[in-house]
Design a protein around this ligand. Structure first.
Ligand SMILES: [Zn+2]
Length: 256
């Protein structure tokens, strides 16, 4: 009991998270929000079409932690007109990649802000070993010797399934609803269930372009698996199943 009292004094947020009836102090089985009172930092990575975006948004709601999606963050910074935003915009307008140093500055400002004081779920960063090492340094600076829980989640999906998800993806040009000719079949052939217009395939959802994206992922991002394994922070989850199955695997992997 003394341990629980201490946790409550430290952060004052765990009152609802502990099963008061169970005298063995076990935490509720489906409760993924318990964090021992420490900030919880989660990075998620996985190949294109791994379903990572859907799952991380849901995890963000479940844990009450901000979902920092690199693409959205960059767009927000650019539209804010800040110095970093203007700089990032200048590279994009020239058709160049935003340099890692600038990305890291934007990430550090965000992760050091008040909204991330209890932690964050990071999606789309790091994408390579250089960025992973930068993130470690950023976290060290922000934590300044204080403890935090860090976890890297790797979404594992069979390449064959990823390809099927991509080449069979279709969307409605009217309402934007996404279908899949294998996994989420429209009621009438190639027609939106809601708007009854012809479904479209995105120009880059071809086998060739998908294979090229997988190669980039394997070269740049897959080495993060070894990096975080050696660090002892890696959790790989089976992301081959349905949204609910993957969600189950994800919540099981989240440290309590
Ligand atoms: Zn539609």
């Amino acid at each position: 009991m003394a341990k629980i009292t201490k946790i409550l004094t430290d952060r004052g947020i765990l009152t609802m998270k502990i099963n008061p009836i169970n005298s063995t102090n076990q935490y509720r089985q489906n409760d993924v929000s318990f964090n021992g009172g420490l900030p919880r930092k989660i990075v998620c990575f996985g190949p294109p079409a791994s379903g990572k975006g859907t799952q991380t948004s849901r995890l963000s709601n479940e844990l009450g932690l901000p979902h920092i999606d690199m693409g959205s963050l960059l767009r927000a910074v650019i539209s804010s007109g800040s110095e970093e935003g203007q700089l990032a915009k200048s590279f994009i307008e020239k058709g160049q990649l935003v340099p890692t140093k600038l990305i890291a500055r934007i990430i550090e400002n965000t992760l050091a802000s008040a909204k991330c004081k209890d932690g964050y779920i990071l999606d789309g960063f790091p994408r390579n070993l250089e960025q992973a090492s930068l993130l470690d340094k950023i976290n060290q600076r922000i934590e300044a010797g204080k403890k935090a829980i860090f976890q890297a989640i790797n979404f594992e999906v069979s390449p064959k399934l990823l390809l099927e998800r991509i080449v069979n993806r279709r969307s409605c040009p009217e309402c934007g609803e996404i279908y899949n000719l294998k996994f989420k079949v429209p009621k009438s052939e190639n027609e939106c269930d809601i708007c009854h217009v012809h479904l479209k395939q995105r120009a880059d959802d071809t086998a060739e372009i998908a294979q090229a994206r997988f190669r980039t992922y394997d070269e740049q991002t897959a080495p993060l698996i070894d990096y975080y394994r050696q660090q002892g922070t890696l959790s790989s989850i089976d992301a081959n199943g349905s949204i609910e199955e993957v969600w189950h695997n994800l919540t099981k992997a989240i440290k309590r």
